[in-house]
Each structure stands twice: as C-alpha cells, then as structure tokens.
Design a protein around this ligand. Structure first.
Ligand SMILES: [Zn+2]
Ligand SMILES: [Zn+2]
Length: 335
C-alpha cells in the first residue's frame, strides 16, 4: 500500500510502498477513505512532540471501512464505516482509567504518534477505541470530527455550565466545529484570530459568531469562558484580561509556546486556567450523537494523500479555512 511516512522529525514525509498491516486479534483492518490533517500532526513532524514511534505513519482523524475484523473483535463487520481517533489504546487498569479518566492513562497508545495512523491506504486499530460512523455523510466531511471536533468539544465542555459569552481564540478546524455547537446551544460566540486575518473573522461571523476580531482586541462583552486553540502562550493572559469573574480559560492544544508571566489580578476573582488532554471514548459517543442534531457541517478542503507535505505546510502557514483532509486514492466520493 501507499503510505506517507515520517522517518525523522523536521524532514518531509516520504511516500513509500509498505505491506498492508496485519490486524491482531482485537484489531480491525481498515481501508482508509479519508484522514484529517491536525495541528498535532504538525507538532509531531516539526519535532515539538518528542516521542513518536519512528518510522511513523501520522494521522489520527481516520474515516474508513472495515476490511477485516480480528477474531476477538465485537460489534464490527466487514464493510462497516468506522472512525479512529487519537486515543488508540489504554491499559484499563491504572488509577486514571479506574476513575473514568482514561484520557490521562499511564500507558496509552496514540494513533499516528505511538502507533501508525491514517496517512495510508490501510491502517489497523483496536476495535474498542473505534467509533461507528453514520453512512449519510461523505467520509472526508466526517474526518475532522475525530480530533478537531472531539478535542474541541471536550475543551468546550470544560468551560463549565454558566457560559453565555464564549470567546474562541484561534479560528481553525476545532473552533469552526465548536462554534457551530455553541451557537446551537444559544451561546454568544466571540472569535479571536491572528491580527488582520479578516478572512477568518468573516468565516467566524458566517458560522454565527456575534463578534470577531484580532486576538489583542477587547471584545464588547466580558467573556464567561475562553477556549484557546492557537498554540500561542501569550493568548492566555490576553484571554484572562478579556474575561469576567469566575471565567474558565481552557487550552485545547497539546503544545503551546511559553506563557508570559502576568499579574495575579488577571487570575483573581476565581478565574480558572486549565488544559485539556486527549479524549475519552465517552467524549466521542457524546459528540457523534450531538453532531447530527446541530447539525455540524465541517468546512473541508480535500487534498490527495500524496500531497500530505503540502497540506502540512498550508496548516503551518495558517491559510486554512476550516479543516484539511487527505482523501485516499479510490475513494468513490473523492475520486
Ligand atoms: Zn490507564
Ligand atoms: Zn488532532
């Protein structure tokens, strides 16, 4: 099969021919139809996440069909449509798993980071961490739900229950999905982009944001919560400055530049600063149930698998409206 492979960080992926992987007893062999390109992939390729399996097939927003099911799998049949997210495996026994925080598992595997992912024609995945996907949407349109949507949704929920005015910093793949959910739940969304990015600001307004502006601007209303999706540490004090008493500032990314020091008065009055790590399977079940009700419509730009390096470069430059997805050769929906 054709795969795009990371051999060493900070080098381009190489297009190579490798054997189709053999599924273990608990694995599904999946014919990949579409795989999203996530900022985390960029952090891996750029060497900012330092523990990848090498060589590595990146990609953790996988939508495909079951080609073969291992002998111990349950609930999946050949031909079923499945989604594979970032969380690829947990031990199920550590103290975090036992208390319902499998996203913090001590012995996890992550798709497209510590196990091979979806920048390839086939992949294998532990069936216990795969999701059934509805058949009524194109594969590529569903791919961004599996990380941008999922982590974005977890980040959004961590903002707490009392949010009327919601700030979103960094209006990329995660933000554009979360904004649709927030508007559906009658929140007022304030979108913050890199200074001067009027295209992203217009995009946010089209998705229902009541205000959109530069990340350094003061919004017309103090924020009850802010979600930070851009990997820029300086946005933390900026969001605190724009926030109201009791606000939560939630960072959804896996990597961020250093946070500048800031005066305690910005955190005072019970403001909360927290990060979100990974996902639980329950997050996935909840989001996939909610998405059709909104309905979430990802803005997707597809590129061929062979252009994975170009897709990563586009993401690095920040010139993407919505989400980038690699469409696989032979996908009948994206020939
Ligand atoms: Zn565990
Ligand atoms: Zn991701």
């Amino acid at each position: 099969m054709t795969a795009m492979v990371l051999e060493r960080p900070r080098e381009p992926l190489r297009q190579v021919q490798v054997p189709v992987p053999a599924p273990g007893p608990t694995h599904l062999l999946i014919k990949v139809r579409a795989c999203g390109v996530c900022r985390t992939d960029l952090h891996i390729v750029d060497g900012e996440l330092t523990e990848p399996k090498l060589p590595l097939i990146p990609g953790h927003e996988i939508v495909g069909t079951v080609a073969e099911a291992g002998a111990q799998t349950r609930g999946f049949a050949v031909g079923d449509r499945v989604g594979v997210p970032w969380l690829g495996h947990t031990d199920g026994t550590c103290r975090y798993c036992r208390r319902g925080q499998e996203n913090l598992c001590d012995n996890p595997l992550f798709t497209g980071y510590t196990v091979d992912g979806g920048y390839a024609e086939y992949t294998v995945a532990d069936h216990r961490f795969c999701f059934h996907m509805p058949e009524d949407r194109p594969h590529a349109d569903q791919a961004p739900l599996l990380c941008a949507g999922l982590i974005g949704y977890r980040t959004y929920r961590m903002a707490g229950p009392h949010v009327e005015h919601l700030g979103i910093y960094g209006f990329g793949a995660a933000a554009h999905i979360v904004a649709q959910i927030a508007v559906h739940e009658e929140k007022k969304v304030y979108a913050f982009t890199r200074p001067g990015d009027t295209g992203a600001q217009a995009f946010a307004r089209r998705l229902g944001a009541v205000w959109a502006g530069d990340s350094g601007e003061t919004p017309p209303q103090r924020l009850d919560a802010a979600l930070i999706f851009a990997p820029v540490g300086a946005l933390i004090p900026a969001a605190l400055e724009a926030s109201d008493k009791g606000a939560a500032i939630v960072s959804g990314g896996i990597h961020m530049s250093d946070i500048p020091s800031f005066p305690y008065r910005l955190l005072w009055e019970e403001r909360v600063l927290r990060s979100v790590a990974n996902l639980t399977r329950a997050d996935g079940e909840q989001l996939l149930a909610l998405a059709p009700q909104v309905p979430v419509r990802a803005a997707v730009h597809t590129m061929p698998l062979a252009e994975a390096n170009e897709a990563l470069a586009k993401l690095r430059d920040g010139h993407v409206e919505g989400a980038l997805v690699l469409a696989m050769p032979g996908d009948p929906q994206h020939p």
